[in-house]
Structures are given as C-alpha cells and as structure tokens.
Design a protein around this ligand. Structure first.
Ligand code: HEM
Length: 241
C-alpha cells in the first residue's frame, strides 16, 4: 500500500493537505447543492452539467477524505485507529475534535450512499438524508480547526475564511430568493440559525485553536505535547502548539 511506503513526516503532510482539499471540495459541493441545481442551470449551463459537477465534486471530496483518514490512521505519531475515524468521540487523541471529523465522515458517507442508491431508497429518504449536508459542512470545519496543526497558519486561515464566505453567500442567496408568504417564518429561523452558528464558531475559534496552548486544551495525550516526533518538520509542530 502507498501509505506503507512513506514515512511519518510525509504521512503528516498528506493528512494535512488531503484534509484541506477535502474541506475545499466539500465546500464546493455544498455551494452547488445550496444554489439548487435546477436554479443555477440555464442555456449556457445545462442542468445535467451542473448535476454532474455536483456529483463529481462530492465523489472527489470522498476520495481526498479517504486519503486523509488512511494517512492519519497510518501515521505512528498519533494514536488514531480505524474505529476512531467512523465512531465519534471514542479515541484518545483530541477525542472531541477528532470525533467531529468522524461524525462529518458518517454524515458524508450516508449522503453519498443514499445519492448513489437514490432510486432504490426513494425521494423522501434521499431528501431527508440530504438535509444532513447542511450539518456535515460546519462539523467538518469545526473538526479541521480543532484538530489541525495549521489553524494558526495565515494561508490556512485564508482557506477557512474563503470556504465560510462561499457557503454564507450561497446561503444568503438561497434564503433571499423566491420568497413566498409561507416561507417567511422558516427562512427567518434558518437565517437566525446560520447567524448563531457563524458567531458561535468564530467566538470559539478566537478563544480556542487560534490562541497559544490549544494542543494541551484540545486533549492531546501528554506524551505527545512538545512535538518531539519524527513528524515535526515545519514552523508548526504536529500538535499545532
Ligand atoms: C468530512 C470529514 C473530514 C474533513 C473535511 C476533514 C478535514 C480536515 C482539515 C481541514 C484538517 C486541518 C488540516 C490542517 O490543519 O492543515 C483536518 C485535520 C485532521 N484530521 Fe480531518 N477531516 C475529516 C475527517 C477526519 C477523520 C474521520 C479523521 C480520523 C482519522 C481525521 C483526522 C484528522 C487528523 C489527525 C488531523 C490533524 C492533522 C494535523 O496534524 O494537522 N479527519 N481534517
């Protein structure tokens, strides 16, 4: 296997790179989904092209997620098992923040499987599970900020901000177009929910991973604090300070 041929430092780079790629692709998929395939398409962009783009971007996100999980589990630096990647909050390495990654993974897998089997599971089940997409994205973002070594690195923060802006703009567009009287309460509630999650996540990030000493507070096993592993190689440590 490829993961067996690379060393811990390379695995760590791969985990970080593939995690960021998975988040960016997930963002693109969510934006395409929110924009509603039918409404985004037009004469210059036929519906099947937009639908195909949405599907392929989602599948590519799953491919990068697969690399992300395989490299994180294979890296001997942190004690992360295959079980930790699908069963939330049971691991010993940053259990809460890694658990959010497992939760996002479960939601994403449910989304992809029901989409591939859409005609078998029926429209109502597919639609109900698809609502999970809205939760999967902020949970994945939360996991990335809480678990990642690069949350305090400038260009990585730019990626987080751009991903958040893309989702917020498409949500704002979605919530403000084609109003009908019966929609008002539902959309106001949705807008309030989005505002609350955005403010909450920002406040948490400012107090948590963006401040020094997060590695310890995040639940990194004591023997790994200090970053004295073969993974340590850049201005950031594997535990992210
Ligand atoms: C939809 C699901 C997921 C997404 C989108 C995602 C994305 C990310 C992102 C963006 C980061 C930050 C990378 C950085 O700071 O450079 C990260 C970190 C990390 N993720 Fe995930 N992740 C997901 C699920 C998982 C799962 C299930 C695992 C368990 C194996 C996992 C393990 C890790 C680890 C160990 C790190 C820290 C890497 C480091 O040292 O920086 N992730 N993830």
């Amino acid at each position: 296997m490829i993961v067996a041929a690379v060393n811990s430092k390379e695995l760590w780079y791969l985990t970080r790179g593939s995690g960021l790629m998975a988040l960016v692709l997930l963002t693109a998929s969510v934006v395409l989904g929110i924009s509603q395939i039918g409404r985004l398409s037009g004469p210059s962009m036929p519906r099947f092209v937009v639908a195909g783009l949405h599907r392929n971007v989602s599948l590519l996100a799953v491919v990068f997620l697969g690399i992300h999980i395989a490299t994180a589990v294979a890296d001997p630096f942190a004690p992360i098992s295959a079980v930790d990647s699908v069963v939330p909050f049971v691991g010993s390495y940053r259990p809460v923040w890694l658990g959010l990654g497992a939760l996002a993974t479960d939601l994403l897998l449910a989304l992809v499987i029901t989409s591939l089997l859409r005609y078998r599971v029926g429209y109502r089940t597919w639609r109900a599970v698809h609502w999970a997409a809205y939760a999967c994205w902020p949970i994945a973002l939360w996991h990335g900020l809480g678990t990642g070594s690069d949350s305090r690195v400038g260009w990585v923060q730019v990626i987080y901000v751009l991903c958040t802006a893309a989702v917020l703009v498409s949500l704002a567009w979605r919530l403000t177009t084609r109003w009908s009287a019966s929609d008002v309460a539902q959309r106001t509630l949705a807008a309030l929910g989005v505002a609350l999650v955005t403010v909450g996540l920002t406040a948490w990030a400012l107090q948590g991973p963006l401040r020094p000493g997060w590695a310890k507070r995040a639940g990194t096993p004591t023997n790994l604090l200090g970053g004295s592993s073969s993974s340590s190689s850049t201005s950031t440590t594997p535990t992210g300070g």
